[in-house]
Design a protein around this ligand. Structure first.
Ligand SMILES: *Cc1c(COP(=O)(O)O)cnc(C)c1O
Length: 428
């Protein structure tokens, strides 16, 4: 630790033991990190090519006000997203307030009364339960006479093809596939697996719309779900594709018809994509997308570092230390409330913003148990920035993700280790 870098870690509260332990883990990961860098290189070039092909110019970085007619920057950005995802069109707007809004918009605009929605990968993300009406809610799809069917994954995480086949019927109009496991224990789906599922469903009913909830999955692999048959991918700009710079927003990329439907619902029938001023936000959207491949790579490396460190200390980690990655989320099961709390305190203490505050478990609306959250982000609630949260309830698992740079993600995990060691939960 007697180097310039070792010294500054010491000044930031990292002990000799934690430093040495972390260095050993990191040394063992260089081949894996090299693979991630190669993917980042490919995806970086994919984004640059999309920007060049669509002639992004300095004028595109400026915004419009009022109605936002003829917004060159907005229209070009949407063409860039369509190029990146290899789709006919895209809707990328600051007026889409978050990921849930983007997903709700895609569903509500592409389903009509009497249609049925199918999830063949089990329960969707928590917030979608109210969108669909699984939990009764004002304005849900259920209120508009849109029914819902769900088929769970099999015990081993594979698709239940037999039950999916039975669930597809004359009313089935749209199939929603969540790529990331979110806060569940099922495995995250690879793009290849999503492709197999879509091929199977289209084999039964060719005209069904296949939508993928792409949250946390963008740029983790070289291909995206729209490269393997998805009609629409949907996500949040304060996760991977915003590269940490987008302060708000969501996107829908897909077929001309799906995107058109979404645009008419977001603004108004008759207006569609033609309105929606971009104000001054476009430079951050472009620059964020430009940074997204390397930011995502840094977050992935952080997740792999954490999996390896905590697995070595005897904790159960999902994904485990060696398995392939399809999103940026890492779960660590501590088995005790003290472990979850100590981990989150460490992540908070590593933040560039609000490092001096102490996260405490609280009764968050919509949860049965207390939840503890660590986030010291430049963009409020941004989970491409280093962040962690855990419901303080058995099995006492913490979920963490992000890191705008690998250097920060790595420091955050070292601080979490220090906090867990200082709390006497493990000894190194
Ligand atoms: C984050 C997330 C959402 C919802 O996004 P919000 O921006 O939090 O509304 C939906 N699905 C998945 C898989 C997510 O990770």
């Amino acid at each position: 630790m007697n180097t310039e870098t070792g010294n500054i870690y010491k000044e930031l509260g990292i002990s000799e033991n934690v430093y040495q332990f972390s260095m050993e883990i990191l040394d063992s990961l260089s081949a894996r990190f090299c693979e991630i860098d190669k993917n980042a290189e490919y995806n970086q070039l994919k984004v640059i090519k999309a920007m060049q092909d669509n002639k992004v110019s300095e004028a595109c970085l400026l915004g419009t006000t009022g109605y936002g007619y003829n917004d060159l920057g907005r229209d070009t950005l949407e063409a860039v997203y369509a190029s990146v995802f290899h789709t006919q069109d895209a809707l990328v707007r600051p007026q889409i307030t978050c990921g849930t809004h983007a997903l709700a918009l895609a569903l509500m605009s592409n389903l009509r009364p009497g249609d049925e929605l199918l999830s063949p990968v089990g329960k969707p993300y928590d917030t979608l339960e109210e969108v669909i009406g699984i939990r009764p809610s004002k304005g849900s799809l259920a209120e508009y006479g849109i029914t819902y069917k769900q088929v769970g994954l099999l015990e081993d995480g594979s698709f239940d093809y037999e039950s999916i086949k039975k669930a597809v019927n004359a009313k089935t109009r749209l199939v929603t596939i969540q790529r990331s496991k979110g806060y569940q224990t099922r495995p995250t789906l690879s793009v290849k697996k999503i492709g197999e599922l879509i091929a199977f469903i289209k084999g039964i009913k060719p005209d069904v719309i296949c939508m993928v909830d792409n949250c946390y999955g963008e740029f983790v692999e070289r291909s995206e779900p729209t490269d393997v048959g998805a009609d629409m991918v949907v996500g949040s700009l304060i996760k991977n594709p915003g590269g940490g710079l987008a302060p708000i927003g969501g996107y829908i990329a897909g077929t001309k018809e799906c995107v058109e439907n979404a645009a008419y619902r977001l603004t108004s029938p008759g207006l569609g994509k033609e309105v929606g001023a971009s104000l001054g936000i476009l430079k951050d959207f472009y620059q964020g997308l430009f940074l997204a491949p390397t930011v995502t790579a840094g977050a992935l490396k952080g997740a792999i570092f954490a999996a390896n460190a905590y697995e070595k200390l005897g904790f159960s980690v999902v994904p485990n230390s060696t398995e392939p990655r399809h999103d940026i989320i890492q779960a660590v099961t501590f088995g005790t409330p003290e472990g979850v709390i100590a981990f989150c305190k460490g992540i908070q203490a590593a933040a560039p913003v609000d490092s001096f505050v102490t996260p405490e478990p609280w009764d968050m609306p919509g949860y049965d148990s207390k939840v503890i959250m660590a986030a010291g982000a430049f963009v409020s609630g941004s989970s491409i920035e280093l962040s962690a949260d855990g419901p303080v309830t058995p099995p006492y698992a913490v979920y963490f993700q992000g890191g705008l740079t690998f250097e920060h993600a790595r420091f955050g995990i070292m601080k979490s280790l220090q906090s867990v060691v200082d709390a006497g939960i493990v000894t190194l």
